[in-house]
Design a protein around this ligand. Structure first.
Ligand code: ZN
Ligand code: ZN
Ligand code: FE
Length: 747
């Protein structure tokens, strides 16, 4: 027997509410170690006494065998004199102190799913079954620490059997705060449009084409049979939703494979504890109605993540529309009362339950690009886990932007991003923003010393910043994007950065969106950008790809451009004349270098999409059309204007119009346009590398959600020996800018 020693072990990470202490207890007993484990709020402390081999095996076990929902970030160990403990125990928690981690909501685990399907089990088909490895977390927590009394489960007293499990260290439900069963826990109720209870079978209602509002984990979904064209059309019509694609939920992996191609990485992402929506390539011909995703070749699919979801499917009902229940830009509906009142005109029936939701939280949206997970909407499953950042000098509140808003509270080396808050153009969203902000501030004990906001004066978030009695720091939109990408990669060296985006207010008062930078973490020089085009109509032009095409043609080709516009874009000569006089007039028109608006113009001119009924529609439809393997590119020029390079696509327009006339193959034109951008961007980076000797490039901005563009760019740039940084845990779109703002303002 080797020498007995004692070690004190500190573990940091996501270790609360995920069954970590019982796991430590079991592991210590298995190794024959003595001592204790205690929750210290910000970390877990463990004292072990035993042989060196036993302790080493124990620490290996901590790293390798921890519960799936736990995430270990750091382990510290220190040797102490042996105290001579007789056994291993779990000690009472100390008062919570320091920074804490709150677990995100977790998808139903395989063990619980097995019990759920077992007719012998007392929780057979019980829609609220959960354990220490799965179930609601963030959406039900009212206060920290995460104890049942501080969650919306407080109103349910555990029955004897549940209580026994809860207190039994050997049970899978030891300290599972939402533990419940049919005797003591929440219940389902199906009601009709009038709010009256009804006894119908909801599977049959779905099969017959009805729309049901279903209360989920972070809010209500509107649900119907995705294969039923009439139901899908009715939902679109009643919700007043243009062409925006609907999110889907498939019964299981097998069902997903009937409708979409999935890679190994996509399969893993679909089945992860976060169970996000994954954007997948649709299989054609498809038995699904085109009304699900008009003009697109992708489907946003997720798997069931609560036990209730599993009840919705049958043999035939293997894919359902599962769209957030909200009105255009407002937050998701989350209480029974609100649902019954506000969703009356949309849903035929309501599947309610009596476990209140405390935090609204939408489904997260992801995609896999060249084997890398990209998060486009960061919400359920990911929030409120912090992102590691370079240490800050001050505590910061960063308010993000007005579209796809998230905000960020940051202190020390951690940034807590809120869940996706939606667009800040309405009162409901602004109220939700303020409520969530006050909750997260209290959970994480962050009293900001400085507030970061976007430079755009017109943003609601900028106005909100001005109303807070704190020092302000305006951060340029694309510098925030780029910084978020660097932080996301834990990269603090100088890089060459590219942000391809919608629009963001620039330092020169113009609306930027296709910008090359040199620098790092907030210290940037703008080295190149797309040639400016006048943006008549300002922010409203976002809805008008046809107008964008007209502006490009008039600006670059004058009278000739006017003739093309008349033929290809359905503008009346008088209308074109009006735009021409505005362009020649004395009134100041803001200029834009936006990549998103360039996509709009090409999409409209090619006849793909002339009006955007949702953000990014014209660009997404153009991307969907791309045929692969196009080698040709349109002409472009990289001009030097003083210290700045200007990317000009003037020569592209007549060539593009020529292609429309001669070939008419929009898939080829779309592919050729994407190739052009890849080629042009790569050439600019090569030139900048010669001038700066920098070989690492970072790619950010909303346009980087374009899979064709991004994957092609990565290939090209790597072929030219660049090291390429892309996003990992935060969105490349405006959902990520609060992180960049926080780091720039806090340093
Ligand atoms: Zn479970
Ligand atoms: Zn019970
Ligand atoms: Fe942006």
């Amino acid at each position: 027997m080797s020498h007995i020693m004692a070690q004190r072990i500190k573990v940091r990470g996501v270790i609360q509410g995920v069954g970590f202490r019982p796991f430590v207890h079991r592991l210590a007993e298995r190794q024959g170690l003595r001592g204790w484990v205690r929750n210290e709020g910000s970390h877990v402390e463990i004292w072990v006494e035993g042989s060196t081999e036993q302790i080493e095996a124990f620490i290996r076990g901590l790293n390798e065998k921890h519960p799936p929902a736990a995430q270990i970030r750091e382990i510290y160990t220190k040797v102490y004199p042996v105290q001579g403990y007789d056994d291993f125990v779990i000690l009472e928690s100390k008062e919570e102190s320091g920074d804490i981690f709150i677990s995100p909501d977790l998808a139903l685990c395989p063990e619980c799913l097995q019990e759920f399907h077992s007719t012998q089990d007392r929780r057979f088909h019980y829609p609220f079954i959960n354990c220490t490895n799965c179930g609601p977390r963030y959406t039900i927590i009212r206060q920290v620490p995460y104890d049942r009394g501080n969650t919306t489960m407080a109103q349910f007293a555990m029955c004897q059997e549940c209580s026994k499990e809860y207190h039994d260290i050997k049970s899978r439900r030891y300290h599972a705060q939402p533990n419940a069963c049919p005797q003591c826990g929440p219940r389902l109720e199906l009601v009709d449009g009038e709010g009256k209870a009804c006894s119908q079978d909801f599977n049959q209602l779905l099969a017959r084409g009805f729309i049901i509002a279903v209360k989920g984990l972070g809010g209500f979904h509107l649900v119907c049979d995705a294969k039923n064209q009439q139901a899908v059309n009715a939902l679109r019509q009643r919700k007043g939703r243009g062409a925006k694609p609907f999110a889907l939920m498939a019964r299981d992996l097998e069902a997903v494979k009937k409708y979409a191609y999935i890679s190994k990485e996509e399969e893993e992402l679909l089945q992860s504890p976060q169970t996000p929506i994954v954007l997948l390539e649709q299989i054609f011909p498809s038995s699904l109605p085109p009304a699900l995703n008009p003009g697109l070749n992708t489907l946003g699919i997720m798997l069931p993540y609560t036990p209730l979801h599993h009840l919705l499917f049958t043999e035939d009902l293997d894919i359902l529309v599962m769209t957030s229940a909200n009105f255009s830009h407002e937050p998701i509906v989350y209480t029974n009362e609100e649902a019954l009142q506000r969703l009356k005109s949309i849903a035929d029936y309501f599947l309610l339950h009596n476990r209140p939701i405390y935090h609204r939280c939408d489904d997260s949206i992801t995609a896999v690009v060249k084997k890398h997970t990209q998060i486009f909407r960061r919400a359920r499953g990911y929030v409120p886990l912090p992102v590691k950042i370079p240490p800050l000098a001050r505590k910061v509140l960063a308010l993000g932007g007005d579209l796809k808003n998230t905000f960020c509270l940051a202190a020390g080396d951690k940034a807590f991003l809120s869940q996706h808050m939606g667009d800040m153009d309405n009162l409901e969203a602004q109220l939700e923003f303020q409520k969530t902000l006050s909750h997260l501030q209290s959970y994480f004990h962050i009293a900001p010393e400085i507030v970061a906001h976007d430079l755009h004066h017109g943003y609601a978030t900028t106005q909100f910043a001005q109303g807070l009695n704190l020092p302000l720091r305006g951060v340029q939109h694309h510098e925030a994007h780029l910084t978020s990408c660097l932080v996301d990669n834990e990269y603090a060296e100088e890089v060459l950065g590219l942000v391809c985006d919608g629009t963001g207010y620039g330092h020169d008062g113009n609306l930027w969106g296709f910008e090359f930078f040199q620098g790092t973490l907030g210290q940037y020089k703008r080295l190149a950008h797309l040639a400016y085009v006048p943006l008549i109509g300002g922010d409203k032009t976002v809805e008008r790809p046809d107008r964008m095409a007209l502006l490009y043609l008039l600006k670059e080709w004058g009278q000739e451009g006017a003739k093309w516009a008349e033929k290809l874009l359905d503008f009346a000569p008088s209308e074109i004349a009006l735009y021409q006089s505005l362009l020649q007039g004395t009134q100041r028109i803001p200029l834009t270098s936006s990549c998103g608006r360039l996509f709009d113009a090409v999409s409209a001119l090619t006849g793909v999409c002339r009006r955007n009924s949702y953000e990014g529609q014209a660009a997404m439809e153009l991307e969907s059309l791309c045929i692969s393997g196009v080698k040709e590119t349109y002409s472009f020029a990289i001009l030097q204007e003083g210290p700045v390079k200007i990317l000009s696509l003037r020569e592209m327009w007549p060539e593009l119009i020529d292609d429309i006339r001669k070939k008419g193959d929009r898939g080829f034109i779309a592919g050729k346009f994407h190739r052009t951008l890849q080629e042009m961007i790569t050439q600019v980076f090569v030139l900048l590398r010669e001038e700066t000797n920098l070989t690492t490039v970072a790619l950010s901005g909303g346009v980087m959600q374009n899979k064709v563009l991004l994957s092609g760019l990565i290939t090209e740039l790597e072929r030219k020996a660049f090291k390429v940084l892309i996003h990992r845990q935060v969105p490349p779109n405006d959902g990520g800018i609060s992180l960049g703002q926080a780091v720039i303002a806090g340093r």
